[in-house]
Design a protein around this ligand. Sequence first.
Ligand SMILES: [Zn+2]
Length: 80
Amino acid sequence: MDTEKAKAPFTDWQVERINKFQESNACHPYTCMDAYCNRSKVPYGGRLIAKNEGLVCPCGKYTQDECNPFMIDYEDDMLE
Ligand SMILES: [Zn+2]
């Protein structure tokens, strides 16, 4: 099994795929890992938002520069 992580910077296509995955209920989404992040106060409960530079929290204090490849390379009907 391929355990290699997908690394930032992400392409626009990858960003779109990751966000679609994060917004679905297919899997628990990546959330902010910043100890000082008030996840109940930030949008989406600290769910990370993919951008070209990585996955960022709306709090602005946390960026994750990698994600699981299955969050990009998946079958669309898996998210239904
Ligand atoms: Zn945060």
